[in-house]
Design a protein around this ligand. Sequence first.
Ligand code: FES
Length: 68
Amino acid sequence: MKIDRCLCFQKPFSQLKRVAASQKCDTVEALQEYVVFGKKCALCKPYVRRMLETGEVEFSEIITEVEA
Ligand code: FES
């Protein structure tokens, strides 16, 4: 299964990446000032953190808060 978005708010990581670049956000919290995501189950947050580090927008592995 491919993981490519915040499911709760239907926000693709590719979209979050564009916003992060244009608003110069380098943390999940900073990005949340501009887009609503990650405020329900929060399972997407470690992925968004990884996205901000590596630029990846699609994941096939499970990433948990502990590993991130
Ligand atoms: S998947 Fe992002 S808050 Fe649930």
